[in-house]
Design a protein around this ligand. Structure first.
Ligand code: DGY
Length: 328
């Protein structure tokens, strides 16, 4: 039973692959009346003036001009996770609608997946698992070797909060840390994790054994890693992407992996997601792909929903939101 005095929050759906988690519904219902896109579209005229907020979970619902035009009292779009590349920020704010994300909830867990992919690529864990469970091969050849993580050089591209948490984790693995970022970190922050700043991305690419992409997707970072950048990397190096698929030129990556320009790649993000089943990346042994699971733990997903709710409640009360996103 929904409390009709509560503000109306529009969600894409509950459950499925892109829906709000069922486990979060009781918590959401303490603060809002929920309606799904399906319910909204079925009774648009009844609901349109009532919707005050949208919870964008896993990039859904699609927020376009048509939807925005149909919601005259919409005040806020609260997006789960840190990336807001699925939202047209200028368009939305042009309708006088505020936007928020949940960066604090996702920093640690996304950094964890970055390290998990780095370790898995270095020690060829997925390939090893496949060999171990295969009824044909049974066991490993003596020459089946991975790369050492301890003492290796990690180049982090994008040293925001997630990048910094990766540096903290990598330090515990005794890695040498290089980083490239639009803004250099303060000296004491660099020293705390032993990170050296590379003003030129080229230097980082040439020196690193592992290159980790942690940038936001923006016009500046679109295809940031292309043929030229891959060729600068060591032939023994691995590329790890926990940012967005479009940050890498995927065709060039396939070529680099097929021809030994770099050793391997491990990615939690691709373009598109999921990749078509016949995509060449899915056929390569030196590739690890996970289906964008960076934030997917019980605790983190709930923290996301808690933060998303705090953002909406603040916006509806005309207060500063804990994490507001602005078009520029
Ligand atoms: O942006 C994030 O936090 C994750 O990639 C989920 O979209």
């Amino acid at each position: 039973m929904q409390d009709s005095k509560l503000p109306l929050l529009l969600i894409h759906e509950v459950g499925g692959t892109r829906g709000v988690l069922e486990a979060h519904v009781p918590f959401l219902k303490k603060h809002f009346q929920l309606i799904t896109m399906k319910e909204f579209l079925e009774s648009k005229e009844y609901y349109c003036a009532q919707v005050q907020a949208i919870y964008s979970w896993w990039h859904k619902p699609v927020i376009d001009r048509e939807l925005l035009k149909s919601l005259p009292n919409l005040k806020v779009i609260s997006s789960a996770g840190v990336g807001t590349d699925h939202l047209d920020l200028k368009l939305i704010s042009g309708f006088g609608v505020r936007i928020a994300n949940t960066p604090h909830a996702v920093h640690s867990t996304t950094a964890d997946i970055g390290m998990a992919l780095l370790l898995a690529a270095a020690r060829r864990l997925v390939e090893g698992c496949q060999i171990a469970v295969s009824p044909d091969t049974g066991y490993f050849s003596n020459n089946w070797l991975g790369e050492e993580v301890t003492g290796a050089t990690l180049g982090i591209i994008g040293m925001g909060s997630i990048g910094y948490k990766i540096a903290q984790r990598a330090r515990a693995f005794e890695m040498k840390i290089l980083y490239h970022n639009r803004n250099r970190r303060k000296e004491d922050e660099e020293q705390a994790v032993g990170a050296c700043y590379c003003g030129a991305i080229e230097d980082l690419l040439q020196q690193s054994d592992f290159v980790m992409l942690v940038v936001n997707l923006t016009p500046r970072t679109y295809k940031l890693i292309g043929k030229k950048e891959l060729q600068l990397m060591k032939p023994t190096a691995s590329l790890i992407n926990i940012s967005r698929g479009q940050v890498v030129d995927q065709d060039m990556l396939v070529e680099a992996l097929q021809t030994g320009v770099i050793k391997s790649a491990a990615m939690d993000v691709t373009y598109p997601e999921p990749l078509p089943r016949d995509h060449p990346l899915l056929k390569l042994k030196n590739v690890i792909i996970t289906p964008h699971v960076g934030i997917k733990t019980h605790k983190t997903t709930f923290m996301i929903t808690e933060d998303a709710v705090s953002n909406v409640l603040a916006a509806l009360n005309g207060l500063p939101m804990p994490s507001e996103v602005f078009p520029d």
